[in-house]
Ligand binder design. Structure first.
Ligand code: IDC
Length: 465
């Protein structure tokens, strides 16, 4: 009996010694390691943690793997640790781990998704978590919260423009590949995507047909105000319908390795600031969704009119930073006053964040001759990068007669300077600028006999003839 008791006593003593060591050791090393952040202290309620700075006591957060509860005391049963596997990081506390939860760990706040993994580089409600998973307060305050999901970087088919050239950049007045070689985008603009004449020609094979001609870019005209545009009777249903048309179109272009311009097509609304509220949300949404797509280009205001450059610039200086928060390097196209003709006014007072920004010139060859061509030449001379995101060879109302002489002068000037050009428009509407004959009901695979004179001219130009 005695022996047995003796053994029991020894075991007990050993165990308590061990427990004391376990208790004290981590605190020792902790105290040394964390001395800058704070210290553990004890009162009748238990262990608590006091920060050295003005934060006071830790509460509802992890400090070095120990859970400090809402009352400010360590609750040992929730001790936890970071874990990692091939899918990512999570935080394990016994058999529990946080799901759909914000948790503050060593003074940084993380979000764990429904699957328990730490979320990175995403908006969670009004809070943004950065690439390391840390909630970044400044960012949440600074920009418009996107209502979209971020898509993963796509891959582009071998030999395609998007594959060869990658993320485009602007160097001086030139549009260049990621490797710094000057490139020329060329292609077609859709008609208004909100209207049937526009939407019906947005499909995979239609874009394939344009690519077969030699197009490496397509533009999506998202009217803002005309006849039920994006900002008219603005509501969630409309937004999601239009956003899904855009998403479809972007995916068709992406599959073909073509660049795609998302064009906020102001026109009747004149001053881009008219719908700046909607524009802010739109570009937050788009740039967040396509932030990792190197083939997406943002055109922030089609054709300002009845307003001056200072108003347009102020609009651009609001929208560009919103895009840049989500997409740090995409090319951004900024419209200019007088229906995007006054590119010569920019050099004196360019936008604030001008990295990878180009300014837009539009022409309709029958109406716009030497005086507008001179604006282009002046702009280039003054170092302004220009992108022709819309043109036709007829009159400015999209109708009337074609002026082949003026068209040839434009073509020469544009090709000489390797300026990117996009022709208006992929529709069979009964107007001169429509590329498809009014009698043609095909929505893809157009051949020369399906094309109008404008269509044939554009196709030849794109083909390099
Ligand atoms: C025109 C279309 C026409 C449509 C109209 C709506 O061709 O069918 O009814 O828009 O307002 C532009 C504009 C472009 C115009 C085009 C021709 O960017 O939206 O399209 N144009 O007027 N600038 C100069 C000409």
């Amino acid at each position: 009996m005695k022996k047995r008791t003796g053994t029991g006593m020894r075991a007990l003593l050993l165990l308590s010694a061990l427990m004391v060591m376990l208790w004290v050791l981590p605190f020792r090393s902790e105290a040394a390691a964390k001395s800058a952040a704070g210290t553990w202290k004890k009162d009748s309620g238990g262990w608590y943690y006091v920060f050295r700075d003005k934060s006071g006591k830790a509460k509802s957060e992890y400090i070095k793997g120990r859970w400090v509860n809402a009352k400010g005391y360590w609750e040992k049963k929730w001790d936890g640790t970071w874990k990692k596997n091939s899918r990512g990081w999570w935080f394990q506390a016994g058999s529990w781990y946080p799901k759909k939860k914000w948790v503050t760990i060593d003074r940084k706040t993380y979000y764990f998704g429904a699957d328990g993994y730490m979320v990175t580089d995403r908006w969670i409600g009004r809070r943004y978590v950065n690439k390391k998973g840390v909630w970044t307060k400044t960012r949440a305050k600074a920009i418009v919260q996107p209502n979209t999901t971020q898509l993963k970087a796509p891959s582009y088919p071998a030999g395609s423009a998007a594959k060869k050239w990658g993320a485009l950049q602007v160097k001086g007045t030139k549009l260049c590949s990621s490797a710094g070689k000057q490139v020329q985008l060329k292609g077609v603009s859709t008609f208004g995507i909100i209207w049937s004449e526009g939407k019906e020609n947005i499909n995979q094979q239609a874009f394939q047909t344009l690519k077969n001609w030699g197009s490496n870019a397509v533009r999506l005209a998202v009217y803002t105000e005309e006849y039920g545009g994006y900002c008219v009777d603005w509501d969630d249903v409309k937004t999601s319908t239009l956003n899904s048309t855009i998403a479809d179109a972007v995916s068709y272009a992406t599959k073909l390795g073509m660049y795609v311009i998302i064009d906020w097509h102001i026109l009747q609304d004149g001053n881009p600031n008219t719908h700046i509220k909607e524009a802010k949300q739109f570009f937050a949404d788009m740039s967040y969704q396509y932030g990792k797509y190197s083939n997406v280009i943002y055109e922030i205001c089609n054709e300002p009119n009845g307003t001056d450059w200072s108003n347009v610039k102020s609009y651009a200086d609001t929208i560009i930073p919103i895009i840049r928060e989500n997409d740090s390097d995409a090319v951004i196209l900024v419209g200019t006053p007088t229906w995007s003709q006054d590119v010569d006014l920019v050099a004196e007072n360019p936008v604030k964040k001008s990295k990878n920004v180009m300014y837009v010139l539009h022409f309709y060859a029958s109406t716009h001759g030497d005086s507008i061509r001179n604006k282009l030449t002046t702009a280039l001379k003054n170092g302004t990068p220009v992108f022709v995101s819309e043109f036709s060879i007829c009159a400015a109302d999209g109708n009337g007669t074609i002026d082949y002489t003026s068209a040839a002068a434009w073509k020469k000037l544009i090709n000489k300077n390797k300026i990117s050009y996009i022709g208006w428009s992929l529709s069979n509407k009964n107007e001169t600028s429509a590329l498809i004959k009014n009698t043609c009901t095909k929505h893809k695979g157009w051949t020369n006999s399906d094309l109008t004179d404008t269509g044939k001219y554009l196709k030849k130009w794109i083909q390099g003839k």
